[in-house]
Write a protein of this length. Sequence first.
Length: 460
Amino acid sequence: MSLLRNGLIAITGTTGVGKSQLAIEIARAINGEVINADALQVYHGYPIITNKVTDAEMLGVPHHLLGTVGPSTEYTVQDFERDALLKINEIHQRDRVPVLVGGTNYYIQSAMFRTALVSSISRDSEEPQGEVEREFETSMAAKTNQQLWEELKAADPPMAEKWHVNNRRKVLRSLEILHTTGKKHSVWVEESEMARKSADTLRFPTLLFWLYADTPVLNTRLDNRVDDMIKRGMFGELQELHRDMQNPDTLAPLGDDFTKGLTQAIGFREFKPYLDAQTSDDSEKLKAQGIENMKRATRRYAKRQITWIRNKLLPESNATLQKPTKAHAYVLDATDLKSWDANVKQKGIDIARLFMKSAELPDPKTLSGTAEKLLAEVKDKPNSILQWKRHRCDVCSKSKDESRSGEPYEVWLNGDDEYTQHMRSRQHKKNLKYKKRLAEAGDIQRKRIKTAGTDQESDH
Ligand SMILES: [Zn+2]
């Protein structure tokens, strides 16, 4: 059996599930070095709000890209991609094993995959606009959303079907691609998907671990972690960050829209009202509110991470099993912390050793009941944007008679993901409840309930 010289081990999962610990345990067992793939932990300082492992916890395992960037630097995913690949290469040259660990999806993705070949995760909303796009947008400024959409509908019907009339940004983007390249956006997508299908998308043979804990158990753990962070001095760090954010020599140039660098840390946005109002009378109330909001934001973040792993990362990984360079994905169940050593640590180490020896690997579904359940729900390849359908939500859409304004009111969702998301949204659930009540109350009561439910249409 030959030893794998260019393998990559990647560990992902939600915040607070124990990824850093598992990375250290696996690295120790297989002569590995850890590369951090968490967008906040790359920054120097603020160890509590960024949940960094301590030197003692590292147990001598080298860690890379952890706390190496100055807080005032704007570190992009392109920076990460370049640095991570450099580190992976160096570690391979030392005949050691790179263990990539983190919960920032676009970091994991950019290190594992040749990003140009992976279009399943659209980053175009985050990318700054180029000169050409801006010019095109300006030239179209006089046109209404409806006019633009009609234009796209005439030129590239399949693409027009994907976008809501009022999604001006997406409609403009599709028109702009046609305008600047002379090629329809739908054709462009189809061609890149064809290329992706046959191309070797992975950079390295990869062993991917999804460290998972059941949501109710994880949520309790996350709540407790917030309380623990407070005890360890989180407010001191938040105050420091708050001060630095107002200092033009340190962090102020990053702006205060919570989208760059450390300002994205969960907690900072949530405690901003408290930090702004330190001396006022309702300080304690704002603090309590901040704690509640931080807990809620943490749980929401964990939920988004799971959605990404299940809907994007694993399908993209599964698709590689038909290609020369493969990613083998495993779920490790960290729900019961008392059996961590048996369920997580030992299983992770055993599989990592087999992987590094290029030996035959176990069927991922046989690892645990949780693994079987989660992996059964995962698609064997990413959804194609060309298969997206527009869905009308019959619950939230209203006829002329039902609508408060007297105008018919349509709720359309673009693509399956958006539809699934919508079905889980508060607004949809509220409308669903309202419709049920309406049906139960019958015609006589209808008018009264309709008056009570007038705030139903506000969101779309
Ligand atoms: Zn709905």
